[in-house]
Each structure stands twice: as structure tokens, then as C-alpha cells.
Design a protein around this ligand. Structure first.
Ligand code: NAD
Ligand code: TDX
Length: 332
């Protein structure tokens, strides 16, 4: 049994990870989360109180972080400002949380000599052409496009420097686009599902040819547990499940699965600097650590996600109107 400290555990991927840990291990989890607009305490409802402790606080609070690291065996760091569109509108919180927050945690990891796993994104590598036969690997040069991805890239580099300079026992993973339950309605898939439920037409940025490499959040969680267990200190592992699809196909699949005509969506203003394509080669994680994804079938994973949003309107409804009002100001 380990005592895990999970930052950002009330967010989308962090909360899926906490559920996964409770269901698949005997670890105890302490969640540290600031409950920003993206955090939701209800995402942890139903978890046993003797397995999960919730601490409401900020990862830039060095004193609080120090206390929590003292009581943890290992730390998994999900907390971030995570939405590209928000970073184009208001970058400052991305610098505070993603850069200064990660720095604050690294200093505590160094002081207490704790195992630290840093959650990052494939977006640090920039984007690929649609017809490029290459995919991202651990050796692809960093080339981030947005304020969000540049702050994630900066946080990855801080982790590497704290490993090399101070011997911090850290690993990094860069994952592709996640889908599944508990994802905020600002993000592409939940936005379109909840639009259809509300009778609003889905909104596709630009022509919709941009490709994302989809992975179910549970597969991300199992990969992170594998890296915590068997990953080599100082190494980076890419996490992906061979799920490339363009946005237009995804919108049309959502409409079809929800009983609507496949063409019943709108093209709206494109995202500034919109990355064209992400694609992950996860050979290192699969061959060195023996990980394999379990949710290979995107269609059935998407259908289950649609069912979850239909059944959990009380979870997402409080955020929906404000999210759509913000998009409307940008013609999106
Ligand atoms: P999210 O926005 O849903 O959740 C972020 C969580 O962090 C929220 O609960 C929020 O309250 C918390 N948080 C934000 N600032 C904080 C602070 N200063 N102190 C403490 N808590 C704070 O994000 P997500 O989509 O779950 O992403 C989680 C992590 O995974 C991020 O590091 C992100 O970069 C990475 N990631 C996401 C994806 C994806 O597809 N969503 C893909 C690859 C990597
Ligand atoms: O309404 C929309 N219409 C649309 O066409 C929205 C919200 C998005 N899009 C497009 C933009 C992207 O090409 O869909 C794609 C996915 O968009 P997002 O859900 O905003 O995700 P993305 O920008 O790809 O970033 C996500 O994956 C990598 C996460 O939000 C990041 O945290 C993660 O690092």
C-alpha cells in the first residue's frame, strides 16, 4: 500500500485516475485541488472515505504542499490550467499554475525525496501535417504552439532539470487527447454531446480536418500506474492508443449515435494557431513497460460517454450556460 498525493484530482483525468486507483489497487489517495472552474468535488462522489482524502488548496501554496509531501510516498501531478481556448484569451493563470505550481511541487519533491510523476501532453511537440507518416516519439523536438502547450512544455523542462540537477526521482508522461466521463463541457466531445442534449447544433472549428489521437481516460490511468510501478527515473513515456480521427468524423459520429442527421452541425470561427494533427507512437511504453490499452474501440467508448452525459445532467448543467456564453463572444 502506498500513500499517493494526486494534484488536480477533482478535474477530468485526475478524478478518473482516483476512481481507477481505488478500484484497482489498495493505495490511499490524498487529492489536492483548488476547485477552479474546472474542478468538481462531485467527480469524487461515492468513493470510500477511508481510501480518499480531499484537501482544498492550491499547488502554488508552498507551505501546504510541504505538509502534504511529508505524508506521501509518491505524487502524481495532474493539476493544470488545461484548455487551449482559455489560454488564448487569458494566459496568466497558465503561467501561475502550470509553471510556478509545478516548480513548487518539484521543490517539495526535492526536499522530501519523494517519487514524482508529472502528467503532460503531446501538444508540447507542436503539430504534424495530415499526410506526415511520422508520429510523435520521446525524441521529437519540443515545438509548442499555444500559451497552454508552451507552459506545459516549460513544466516538463523544469522536471527534467530537477532530475538532472537535484536528483529528484521523477518521470514524465505525455498523453494524447482523452475522452470519457467527468470531462468539462468546454472540451470538444462533451461540448458537442451536451449541445445535442440541449437542442443546440454542434460547433466545428474551421473545416474540421484537424486530427486528434483519442484515448479513453481509463487507459491513461492504467498507463500512469504502470509508469509509477515500473518506469525508469528521469525517463519520458508517450501514452497513446492509436486513436487518430479528424474532428469532422467525431462530430458526425456523435450526431449519428445520438439519433440526429450526420450533417446537423455548424462550422464556426477557427481557433487561432490551431494545431493540425497530433499522433502518438507509444512503442516505448508498450515494449519496455508492457502496457496495452483496453479501450481500443472508439465507437463503443464514445457511446458509453454519451450515455454518461445523458445520465449525469446534474453534474454538467451548472457549467453549460456560462461555457456557451463565453464561446458565443468569440463566434464559436
Ligand atoms: P481539467 O482542467 O479537467 O482539471 C484540472 C484540475 O486541476 C481541476 O480540478 C482544477 O481545479 C485543478 N487545478 C487547477 N489549477 C490548480 C491549482 N493552482 N492548484 C490546485 N489545483 C488546481 O484538466 P484535465 O483535462 O483533467 O487535465 C489534467 C492534466 O492532464 C493536465 O496536466 C493536462 O495538461 C494533462 N493532459 C490532458 C489531456 C486531455 O485530453 N484533457 C491530454 C493530455 C494531458
Ligand atoms: O467546440 C469545439 N469545436 C472544435 O472543433 C471545441 C471546444 C474544439 N474543437 C476542436 C479543436 C481541436 O482540434 O476539437 C479539437 C479538440 O479540442 P479540445 O477538446 O479543446 O482539445 P485540444 O485543444 O486538442 O487539447 C486537449 O488535448 C490535449 C486538452 O484540452 C489538453 O489539455 C490536452 O493537453
Amino acid at each position: 500500500m502506498q500513500r499517493l498525493l494526486v494534484t488536480g484530482g477533482a478535474g477530468f483525468i485526475g478524478s478518473n485516475f482516483v476512481h481507477h486507483v481505488v478500484e484497482n489497487t489498495d493505495h490511499h489517495v490524498t487529492v489536492l485541488d483548488a476547485l477552479t472552474y474546472a474542478g468538481n468535488r462531485a467527480s469524487l462522489d461515492g468513493l470510500p472515505a477511508d481510501r480518499v482524502t480531499f484537501v482544498h488548496g492550491d499547488i502554488t501554496d508552498a507551505e501546504l504542499v510541504d505538509t502534504l509531501f511529508a505524508d506521501a510516498d509518491a505524487v502524481v501531478h495532474y493539476a493544470a490550467e488545461s484548455h487551449n481556448d482559455n489560454s488564448l484569451h487569458s494566459p496568466r493563470p497558465f503561467l501561475d499554475t502550470n509553471i510556478v505550481g509545478t516548480y513548487t511541487l518539484l521543490e517539495a519533491a526535492r526536499k522530501h525525496d519523494r517519487r514524482f510523476h508529472h502528467i503532460s501532453t503531446d501538444e508540447v511537440y507542436g503539430d504534424l501535417e495530415l499526410d506526415d507518416p511520422e508520429r510523435f516519439t520521446e525524441n521529437t523536438p519540443y515545438n509548442p504552439s499555444s500559451p497552454y502547450s508552451s507552459t506545459k512544455a516549460g513544466s516538463d523542462l523544469l522536471v527534467r532539470a530537477w532530475v538532472r540537477s537535484f536528483g529528484v526521482q521523477a518521470t514524465i508522461s505525455n498523453c494524447s487527447n482523452n475522452y470519457g466521463p467527468y470531462q468539462h463541457v468546454e472540451k470538444f466531445i462533451p461540448r458537442q454531446i451536451t449541445n445535442v442534449i440541449r437542442g443546440i447544433r454542434p460547433k466545428l472549428y474551421g473545416a474540421g480536418e484537424n486530427v486528434r489521437d483519442w484515448i479513453h481516460a481509463n487507459d491513461h490511468s492504467s498507463a500512469v500506474l504502470t509508469i509509477l510501478d515500473k518506469g525508469r527515473i528521469g525517463e519520458t513515456y508517450l501514452i497513446g492508443a492509436d486513436g487518430e480521427r479528424n474532428n469532422k468524423d467525431v462530430v458526425e459520429l456523435i450526431l449519428e449515435q445520438m439519433g440526429q442527421p450526420r450533417y446537423a452541425y455548424d462550422h464556426v470561427t477557427d481557433r487561432a494557431g490551431h494545431d493540425l494533427r497530433y499522433a502518438i507512437d507509444s512503442t516505448k511504453l508498450r515494449t519496455e513497460l508492457g502496457w496495452t490499452p483496453q479501450y481500443a474501440d472508439f465507437e463503443s467508448g464514445l457511446a458509453a460517454t454519451i450515455d454518461w452525459y445523458k445520465a449525469n445532467e446534474a453534474w454538467w448543467a451548472p457549467s453549460k450556460d456560462a461555457t456557451e456564453a463565453f464561446y458565443a463572444t468569440k463566434g464559436q
